[in-house]
Design a protein around this ligand. Sequence first.
Ligand code: NAG
Ligand code: NAG
Ligand code: NAG
Ligand code: NAG
Ligand code: NAG
Ligand code: NAG
Ligand code: NAG
Ligand code: NAG
Ligand code: NAG
Ligand code: NAG
Ligand code: NAG
Length: 857
Amino acid sequence: MDMISVLFLAWIVNSIDAFNDFPSLISANASMAVVIEKNLFDNKAEYRDVVRNIYNFIANITREEMHMSDIDVHVFRDTDIDSFRDYTALLSVATCHQMWSLHNAARKDEIVHLAITEQDCPRLPDSEGVSVPLVSSGKELSQIFFDIRTADALFWNNVNILHDDTFDRDTINRVTKAISVSLPNKRFNLVSRALFAYKHTDSERNRRYYIKEMLENFHVDQLGKCFLVIVTIDAAADVMEAAKILNMAQPDSQWLYIITDTVTGNSTNITSLVDLLSEGSNVAFIYNATNSDAYCNNSLMCHIKELVAALANALKLSLMTEIELYSHVSDEEFEIIRLSKRERRREILKLIKTKLVEDTFATGGVCGKCLFWRFASAITWGNFFIHGKNTAHLIDSGSWFPTLGMNLTDVIFPHIVHGFRGIDLPVATYHNPPWQIISLTDSGKKEYGGLVFDVVKYLAKKMNFTYSVLSPASNRTIKFTRNESETEVVLTSTTREIPPEILDMVVGKRVLLAACAYTVNNRGRKEINFTLPIFIQTYSFLTAKPGQLTRALLFAAPFAKETWACLAASIIIMGPSLYLIHKYSPSNAKMSGLNSSWRCVWYIYGALLQQGGVYLPHSDSARLLVGIWWLVVMVVVATYSGSLVAFLTFPNMDSAILTVNALLANKNRLTWGFPNGSYLEEYLKNAEEEKYHILLKRAIIHNATQEPEIIKKVKAGKHALIDWRSTLRFLMRSDLLTTKGCSFSLSTDKFMDEPIAMIIAQDSPYLKIINAELHRMHESGLMNKWITEQIPTKDKCSDISATQSVNERKVNVTDMQGIFFVLFMGVTGSIFLLCCEFYWHRRQVAKRRKLIQPFLS
Ligand SMILES: *[C@@H]1O[C@H](CO)[C@@H](O)[C@H](O)[C@H]1NC(C)=O
Ligand SMILES: *[C@@H]1O[C@H](CO)[C@@H](O)[C@H](O)[C@H]1NC(C)=O
Ligand SMILES: *[C@@H]1O[C@H](CO)[C@@H](O)[C@H](O)[C@H]1NC(C)=O
Ligand SMILES: *[C@@H]1O[C@H](CO)[C@@H](O)[C@H](O)[C@H]1NC(C)=O
Ligand SMILES: *[C@@H]1O[C@H](CO)[C@@H](O)[C@H](O)[C@H]1NC(C)=O
Ligand SMILES: *[C@@H]1O[C@H](CO)[C@@H](O)[C@H](O)[C@H]1NC(C)=O
Ligand SMILES: *[C@@H]1O[C@H](CO)[C@@H](O)[C@H](O)[C@H]1NC(C)=O
Ligand SMILES: *[C@@H]1O[C@H](CO)[C@@H](O)[C@H](O)[C@H]1NC(C)=O
Ligand SMILES: *[C@@H]1O[C@H](CO)[C@@H](O)[C@H](O)[C@H]1NC(C)=O
Ligand SMILES: *[C@@H]1O[C@H](CO)[C@@H](O)[C@H](O)[C@H]1NC(C)=O
Ligand SMILES: *[C@@H]1O[C@H](CO)[C@@H](O)[C@H](O)[C@H]1NC(C)=O
């Protein structure tokens, strides 16, 4: 117990200690460690000069900037330092490698790290320090790419670098390295890169020719679709033109142009490139906006001065806030609520950044202003549908200064990240359930639903657009339905035709796509393209549900005909056998019951029905025979009654026609057919298997007007209707609702696939990305989910017939009519025999009289 409380106390003291480890700015002057590495300097003299003067230099700056307090400066000549525990800030002037190893120590101690380093060095994270690479003019490209990568502004895993051969090898090499080298704290993700140089000529024609030749032989499939083009402004126009002509600027490719010549003055003007942007392309520019006339000082001392001044200013402001706080609270409270070391670092860094931005944009010019680059992104997606003409434009997406690094105000490729950027696009549709359903809400607004709109809604979410629907004021009367049960059943599959107005809208590019289900066919191929199929329809056929077999002869059903014959034969054979054994047995005592073959047959028959004879033979041989017969009788009777129960319980159904082969086998009993205009005709004609040709040859093609008759014929079992499986299921379902029973059976055979897709204008750039999204919808199973929601995929009839059979267990008169008929026949037969016997008797008597008469007379 004591132990625990002691430990607890120790922990509290410790944590308070840790919290207040670092003194507030009020109680102690800030301290700064200065590390200057020799390797960064080319000549020893400069190094010695800097080290000698740095102390005074910093003191002079702080004196100017802060009046109340001071910065204690400690200059290290050695770079091997483990801990900066006692310092507020670290100023390092070191090579890239050394800067990062110093930063590891500085980060541990949570101090502000100000670094001046060589160029081509990844910058420190914004939350931990400020680093300024000493970039010399003309060599800034690689640093820009380091900064882009540090900011995670490009998501490329492959890149094709195009440039003309005027750029020296060194520049290109450094850019390539900046793109592909692995960075601290960043995942390495570049998979491949390829370099292409084209020949530079002064003649515009030749230049165009070389560019075109290079792009023409380009293997996009292998090399990817991310292009980095390092060019002058004139060549940029040529490359853009070539890419446009070769159709390489597509929504799934990205073109980043680095334009190196400065745009100040009138020599170059980025806006003029807008005309070369094509609809749906992803193009961004990074261009040199350096004002070469402005005064510029890029010396080390200038950067040190700028950074230290910013730090001093930040410390001053931070101290003022602290004093303000101190004056309002007690000492104890102040100790608790004042900033921790990490919070202080964050605050100071923020203040330094603000000061640097201010300095950079202030007139007069300081070291950070020597170079200035700007980023511009093209907005090209969906302009076509909005304005009716191509009105691509550029937006400013950021800037780059050597001191501040990159400042992105938007993403570099807005369409890659944000798709259509939330714009409103037109789509065309018409009412065609269950594919597209236009319904009216209670407030009279049109609502769009159905399978195709499930897809379009998801597409809009994924590609960041909203849509407004255009539907032709068609002559076809559209029935608006308010709820599901009223939906009239469309018998024939209705995706073979599409209103011509919709086709016009698609071909005229007035809509992004037609949100209509349309069977993929060759008719409109010249003007439109189909998207990936959203659904594959298969064909099946519908026949009448097979009836129950008649149960009149149910009592005979348990045994097959052969069994019955065998049984009859055994009775007929057993009778005489018994008679013979009985007769020739030595111990035969005259017994009236068995002394004729005929009587023996009756005896055996009686035994079969378990009636037992009155007589039992005396001889053992005959008894054995009779005994064995009883055994046989027991087995036969048990088998018969068992099966009879089973036959009574389960109705005996006729076999259904469920396959194409079965249908063809029944061709004399029933006809078949499919609706007029179905693509089935085409499919069957081109089918390989012979049976489909027969199917087509004997098929009756019927018109829409004949539908009610056809259904009646199907119900009567005289016709089989071939159509989409889903349509047939609809038919079965609606029939189930009206007749409360199943009158159809659907074939198990599915044949011929009919793909259904949406349509889009022939050369629409968006087809590929829409297809990619559709593919993803299929893969993720979303499409299946929507299909099962909108289209019945199970027919309920099979379940229902099972429940019906359970209800039918009672044995009714029809089941028993057979045996009553046999009884009737028996009675009739015996009456007939009685008559015969009377007649026979009469004749016998008459004969006797005739014989007797002469004797009497
Ligand atoms: C800060 O430094 C100045 C000048 O060196 C000194 O006058 C002042 O006392 C110091 N302040 C603290 C709190 O140590
Ligand atoms: C610092 O200021 C003093 C006088 O204000 C000046 O003599 C000295 O040269 C300055 N030192 C540096 C390195 O600028
Ligand atoms: C950018 O423009 C400046 C001023 O014209 C020039 O000095 C510098 O070399 C240019 N940068 C590149 C990479 O060409
Ligand atoms: C830029 O254009 C303006 C007017 O179009 C012209 O007065 C000026 O001389 C041009 N400057 C250069 C450097 O060409
Ligand atoms: C660039 O050219 C367009 C016309 O082509 C002009 O309207 C615009 O002012 C120019 N911009 C600059 C910065 O010269
Ligand atoms: C650049 O700035 C530093 C510090 O402000 C100064 O010492 C140096 O003389 C300046 N160089 C030029 C060329 O103006
Ligand atoms: C980035 O640029 C925007 C707009 O130009 C500006 O308001 C903002 O202060 C800049 N931020 C930084 C950190 O430079
Ligand atoms: C859609 O675009 C808007 C406008 O660019 C953007 O603000 C939004 O983040 C984007 N939404 C998605 C999901 O990308
Ligand atoms: C409707 O039908 C009439 C006559 O058949 C035709 O002139 C008209 O263009 C049709 N309207 C539409 C919107 O199809
Ligand atoms: C669009 O249709 C044309 C003509 O049928 C065809 O050549 C082209 O490959 C189709 N485009 C796509 C992306 O499928
Ligand atoms: C179907 O209709 C077309 C024209 O509407 C007619 O030519 C054809 O004979 C009809 N077919 C049948 C089987 O009635």
